[in-house]
Ligand binder design. Structure first.
Ligand SMILES: Cc1cc2nc3c(=O)[nH]c(=O)nc-3n(C[C@H](O)[C@H](O)[C@H](O)COP(=O)(O)OP(=O)(O)OC[C@H]3O[C@@H](n4cnc5c(N)ncnc54)[C@H](O)[C@@H]3O)c2cc1C
Length: 492
């Protein structure tokens, strides 16, 4: 199809080609119907898609891929649209493939401890379905009530319990994928090891750029008999950050190890009444799970380590209701930010645990530099930071300052040996920061993998891997320690 065709004509002919091979209800082309898909959780960026499709089975996914490939139309896969890095942001002349109707649990096998599910099944729905068997799916993004397993696979999502139980990549055994060529391939398997190259690991975290997931086999783990959580208070953030390292150094792997600074606990407390110590400069939430005896022993050891590390107060949940109350504050930190600021920008970077205190001090300095407040919430055990930069988009240049603040945090993460994402993916949000993290040769390798799966760059193009042009553009903006990234490239 000629690429210079006016959008309305292009929409008309692509929709007609899709409708010729699919039921009418699967194809949405009226802007009134496609408007709800114009952004994901990174709502600052919006783009009305040309067409949205809602396939009801794998065969229809393959048909959509075939039609789009034949017509040279670009495709954006979409789960629940909760992604925070713009991975599901549509393309003006592209087709969104939503998995909303692929929401069936195909098989629950409590003996093999696996569940086979369609990609549009919500993360929490898997655990709910497994609960009667005493099992659950461990990775628990805070968005688990809404986000889909297909989105989790594409982003390699994490959550509070991933310190002990691993990220999505450690809990998914097999995926079925529809490729841009219209083939269906299976990566991984239900056995412990799979022969051949480990393409499952390549695929997990590939942000919809290599294929569309049509089915996922996940591991289920036994629900622990008991879980209790410690809330420890600290008079300064640095002592709290060092306590995280002390817990891990003591050989303990808590079921969750999360930290919130005072701005965050004061932001969330009036919202959910979690019982947080809002005078503390930082609070740590440390969970122990297992049998009653194991939990008691681990709570005792963790309390001793936290006291030694300088905790000013320690409270331990006395019931399941209280445990959930303690967690409710952490889980609701993002929505609570909306109560104290018209807008917030959630960053996601990961650092070696030993650098937590140094990076937190750096963020404090940046608050002055960029003239914006920042609330810090993080998966401390994993070193995964979620600074929430508070701003008001209606004030001139505040959004630009918030973005620059975010990019500076990511640059600091890389500087201390960390990464520009921990669990939210790169999408469009952090594509510039990829130029700081990776060398030209490394980016070329990523493109080679992309090309091997999708030679025409039709699947979620322009996301996650920056072109050298983009790096040059970013380099023009970003000067770290006086050194221009990709200095050998011409600036234009
Ligand atoms: C309040 C809130 C809290 C959050 N907390 C966490 C957290 O604790 N941990 C965490 O990791 N994330 C968190 N997130 C981010 C987000 O929920 C995750 O990235 C999630 O995995 C996205 O799932 P989704 O179904 O919404 O995918 P979408 O946002 O729709 O898509 C995400 C990416 O996956 C691709 N994709 C979706 N489905 C498929 C498919 N079937 N095949 C191929 N590619 C596909 C899309 O193209 C896109 O690139 C949070 C988000 C919010 C709004």
């Amino acid at each position: 199809m000629p690429s210079d065709l006016p959008l309305a004509e292009r929409r008309h002919s692509v929709a007609a080609a899709l409708r010729a091979r699919l039921p009418e209800r699967v194809v949405l082309s009226d802007p009134e119907d496609t408007r709800p898909y114009e952004c994901d959780g990174l709502a600052a960026y919006r783009q009305l898609p040309m067409i949205v499709t809602l396939p009801e089975n794998e065969e229809q996914v393959v048909t959509i891929l075939n039609v789009c490939r034949e017509l040279g139309v670009r495709i954006v896969p979409r789960g629940a649209g909760t992604g925070l890095s713009g991975g599901a942001m549509p393309i003006s002349d592209g087709v969104v493939v939503s998995t909303a109707r692929l929401n069936r649990i195909v098989r629950m096998d409590p003996y093999a401890r696996v569940a086979v599910v369609q990609p549009g099944v919500r993360n929490l729905a898997i655990s709910e379905a497994a609960a009667p068997h005493g099992l659950y799916y461990a990775p628990d993004p805070s968005s688990q009530i809404a986000c889909t397993i297909g989105g989790n696979v594409a982003e390699n999502s994490g959550g509070v319990h991933c310190l002990k139980y691993g990220l999505t990549v450690h809990n998914v055994l097999r995926v079925r994928v529809a490729t841009i060529e219209g083939d269906v391939v299976e990566l991984g398997g239900e056995a412990l090891d799979a022969p051949g190259l480990d393409l499952l690991s390549v695929f997990i975290g590939s942000e919809g750029m290599l294929g569309i997931v049509t089915e996922v086999t996940v591991k289920l783990v036994p629900k622990p008999a008991q879980a209790r959580v410690i809330m420890a208070s600290f008079d300064d953030v640095v002592t709290g950050a060092n306590a995280v390292a002390s817990v891990i150094a003591a050989g303990i792997i808590p079921a969750g190890l999360e930290m919130m600074d005072r701005t965050s606990s004061r932001m969330v407390e009036p919202f959910v009444h979690a019982g947080y110590d809002t005078d503390a400069a930082a609070i740590l939430l440390c969970e122990a799970d297992g049998t009653e005896l194991e939990v008691e022993e681990e709570i005792g050891r963790m309390s001793a380590v936290l006291e030694d590390a300088g905790a000013s107060a320690i409270a331990v949940s006395r019931s399941e209701a209280e445990r959930l109350k303690f967690w409710s504050g952490r889980k609701n930190a993002f929505p609570a930010a909306g109560r104290i600021s018209p807008d917030y920008y959630c960053m996601d970077g990961t650092i070696p645990r030993k650098n937590l205190a140094q990076v937190l001090r750096g963020i404090e300095r940046m608050e002055q530099e960029f003239g914006l407040r920042c609330a810090n919430v993080f998966h401390a055990g994993d070193g995964n930071l979620h600074p929430l930069i508070l701003f008001d988009a209606n004030k001139p240049d505040e959004f630009e300052r918030a973005e620059a603040f975010g990019a500076a945090i990511l640059a600091l993460c890389v500087e201390v040996g960390g990464t520009i994402t921990g669990e939210h993916g790169v999408g469009i949000e952090k594509i510039g920061s990829m130029c700081i993290q990776f060398t030209r040769a490394e980016l070329d390798t990523f493109f080679a993998v992309k090309r091997a799966f999708d030679v025409s760059f039709l699947l979620n193009p322009d996301k996650a891997i920056p072109t050298l042009h983009r790096c040059a553009e970013f380099g023009r903006m970003h000067v770290s320690k006086g050194q221009l990234p990709f200095a050998d490239l011409p600036r234009f």
